[in-house]
Design a binder for this molecule. Structure first.
Ligand code: 5GP
Ligand code: MG
Length: 174
């Protein structure tokens, strides 16, 4: 690990503030939090299960897999029935907005069935964007570094760390 980028206490304080904002914005809506597996689980838990959340809400998981083809990476949504969110005010909860490919891929079918769709991301890396997309709720904007911890992994490891840390370049660059 190169070092800690965002400490656990800073993460918690920021997410609580985001929760207050969401509770206010959704007070007359029918909130359905759609959690993008697996990275967004800690963020989602902190975001909606605290005393700033004053609204009833539903939640469910969604999983996106990427398949490395010969030419490009294709994304596929696994076992999700978009009818489940018909008429709901969906809040898509994701760990990182990076190139934007994942969220763009999810937004289009969701917008067809849901009554409204917004996105909440813990981290935003705007420098890496390939798709014209921005999140509605953003925890922290960070530079172009590879982070792990607080749900985010490197080869499925380090998700359990409470702080968000920067991984040493030597771990993933040859
Ligand atoms: P996008 O489709 O926006 O490029 O990527 C979103 C996904 O890429 C995130 O949900 C996350 O799984 C992964 N990702 C992007 N940047 C990082 C990073 O710095 N660390 C980790 N662990 N995953 C990342
Ligand atoms: Mg992810």
């Amino acid at each position: 690990m190169e070092g800690i980028l965002i400490s656990h206490i800073t993460i918690q304080e920021r997410i609580r503030a985001m929760c207050g904002q969401i509770a206010e914005d959704y007070k007359d809506k029918d909130l359905y939090a759609l959690v993008v597996l697996k990275g967004a689980i800690p963020f989602f838990t902190e975001l909606l299960f605290n005393s700033n959340m004053t609204l009833p809400f539903e939640y469910g998981p969604i999983k996106v897999s990427s398949y490395e083809g010969t030419k490009s990476k294709t994304l596929r949504v696994e076992q999700f029935d978009f009818n489940d969110v018909t008429g709901k005010d969906v809040l898509l909860v994701e760990d990182i907005l990076d190139t934007g490919n994942t969220l763009s891929h999810l937004l289009q079918p969701l917008q067809q069935s849901a009554s409204s769709v917004r996105t909440a991301v813990l981290l935003d890396k705007p420098e890496r964007r390939e798709k014209p997309i921005n999140a509605d709720y953003i925890g922290f904007t960070i530079p172009n570094v590879f982070v792990v911890g607080y749900g985010m992994d490197f080869n499925n490891r380090f998700r359990y760390l409470q702080h968000i840390g920067v991984l040493k370049k030597s771990m993933y660059e040859k």
